[in-house]
Design a protein around this ligand. Structure first.
Ligand code: PGA
Length: 531
């Protein structure tokens, strides 16, 4: 299931209408499955507007509505027949004979159900089904029950639905007690399903849909068996918190987010064995799930993820189905992505680059890692995308890299490279302050290097100039390729703040916005929560 969370109902309605419009552009004679209720009203309004503006054409479209009250007269102000005429059909160029709604006036509902099901089939089946979701998890009028019906049938409405729908009638006594509805199989046979949920009164059921197993007491969970469902909901319907987990070689970090607010964060030591890592993540997740009403969790992991299988060099994961295992153990909807990708997303949503659409995160540490965000989405491929530390910045004479190539950027600009260069320069110039500080400290490290630099050591200055030059060339190359709004730098070296930024800006030949991460090592868990 693909989930799109919109800011509000208007955005939801626009997104849903755009998906319907795309369907009609691709297939002008599409068969649409339509829903009633308050949720699709905005979508229908947008479709009428798009039709009026000449963007879409319904002349060849056929429609089948999900359901109709029974018994009900077509001209009853609450019939779905009237609802569809008032809210969609009268505003577009659909042919009345191409619209189908179960007949609430029939004397023979059994025959009507059979004929309706047959008509759907004879018209080629539904291409795109729009669905709402009841507060009790019903889709169409398939109410929670031990046994669900497959095909179009007459059904009794539950008290919950009668109460929810009484807002449209003068009193709950006037709500019909039965309805004709497509069955679960009729719905699942649609090629694509667009499920809409809006408002805080849907947040509990959306949580159940995403996090519970498939069960007939929440009929919408059966949608999880369908290969092409898009859930579009607004923030109110999706409210509840999200958990982000960032698995690192040393620590596993957890962050609980509600809306855009951090509610809680903590870290635990990373165990050595993969079983222990999984148990540690699951135990903490289950504990937090209860405490914070968590609806979904994202996990950032080092390494590569191919077809849901994680392989990481510095963790005991080799083709490991991380997402599946954790989802099964915690009962949560889980997404997994590379940790640097998560950090980049965290920077975009929570960091200094909230105003940006496209950013590149460059993490400067033992190596150089990074994440690329374009149009506010993580850029993915199945082939190790975003290994920016390994693009080649020096030709054949470049330094050997652990990856087997020569001249990779990280061999010049990682923190490790800076320390190595400083050590070499100090050994060469034993008169220098850099050498003196290294001897005092017992070894070269970042702190020692920057101390000597602050003290005006010329040898340290030379090393730093070389470092900044390569950092600038690498950033320029990334900007040439991706054209981001900003490049975010993270990692220990960036603690230098202006001491890094000033010489870097002076060296950059292009006008580039550089930001130093304000989140640093928290970015991964924060971004994972938002996957
Ligand atoms: P609603 O109804 O859109 O009015 O909330 C949805 C449904 O009951 O399926």
């Amino acid at each position: 299931m693909r989930i799109i969370v919109c800011k509000n109902y208007d955005e939801l309605s626009e997104k849903a209408a755009n998906i319907v419009a795309s369907q009609l552009t691709l297939k002008p004679d599409s068969v649409l499955g339509l829903a009633t209720g308050s949720t699709p009203l905005g979508t229908y309004k947008n479709l009428v507007k798009m039709y009026n503006e000449g963007e879409i054409d319904f002349s060849a479209v056929k429609t089948f509505n999900l359901d109709e009250y029974y018994p009900i007269k077509k001209d009853n102000s609450q019939s779905y027949d009237k609802f569809m005429k008032d809210n969609l059909f009268s505003g577009i160029n659909i042919k009345p004979e191409n619209t189908h709604i179960p007949d609430g006036e029939t004397d023979n509902p059994t025959a009507e159900c059979e004929a309706y099901e047959k008509a759907i089939k004879e018209n080629g089946g539904i291409d795109l089904q729009i669905l709402g979701i009841g507060q009790n998890g019903h889709i169409g009028f398939n109410e929670p029950d031990v046994n669900l019906n497959s095909f179009t049938h007459l059904t009794n409405l539950t008290e919950n639905t009668i109460k929810a729908n009484s807002r449209f009638f003068a009193s709950s006594d006037e709500v019909p007690r039965q309805a004709i509805t497509m069955g679960i199989a009729s719905i699942l046979k649609a090629r694509k399903i667009l499920l809409l949920a809006s408002g805080a009164n849907k947040s509990r059921v959306v949580g159940e849909l995403l996090n519970d197993g498939i069960n007939t007491s929440v009929p919408a969970t059966l949608l999880k068996t369908h290969p092409d469902v898009v859930l579009i909901c607004d923030e109110d319907a999706y409210s509840g918190s999200k958990l982000g987990v960032d698995i690192g070689g040393t620590n596993i970090k957890f962050a609980v987010i509600e809306g855009k607010n951090l509610l809680f964060k903590c870290k635990i030591k990373t165990p050595e064995k993969s079983d222990d890592i999984i148990n540690a993540i699951c135990d903490k997740t289950i504990e937090l799930k209860k405490e914070y009403n968590i609806k979904s969790a994202g996990i950032g992991t080092p390494g590569t993820i191919k077809n849901g299988l994680v392989t990481a060099d510095n963790l005991p994961f080799d083709d490991f189905p991380l997402e599946k295992v954790i989802a099964e153990k915690t009962g949560l909807y889980i997404s997994v992505d590379n940790d640097a990708n998560c950090a980049a997303l965290g920077e975009l949503i929570f960091g200094n680059t909230k105003d940006c659409e496209h950013i590149i995160l460059v993490t400067i540490g033992t190596g150089i890692g990074g994440g690329i965000i374009m149009n506010r989405q993580i850029c993915h491929s199945n082939n190790n995308m975003g290994e920016i530390g390994h693009f080649i910045i020096q030709s054949e004479k470049g330094r050997e890299c652990t990856c087997g190539q020569k001249g990779c950027w990280e061999q010049y600009c990682s923190a490790t490279a800076l320390v190595k260069d400083a050590e070499k320069a100090a050994e060469k110039d034993t008169e220098s302050l850099l050498y003196k500080r290294m001897r005092e400290n017992g070894k070269m490290d970042g702190e020692t290097f920057f101390k000597a630099l602050d003290e005006g050591c010329k040898t340290a200055e030379k090393v730093y100039k070389h470092y900044i030059k390569y950092l600038a060339r690498g950033i320029e190359s990334l900007v040439n390729i991706f054209g981001p709004d900003a490049v975010v730098l993270a990692g220990g070296v960036t603690q230098q703040g202006d001491k890094l930024l000033k010489p870097l800006y002076a060296e950059l030949k292009k006008d580039i916005r550089i930001e130093i991460s304000s989140l640093q090592s928290d970015a991964g868990a924060l971004g994972a929560a938002m996957l």
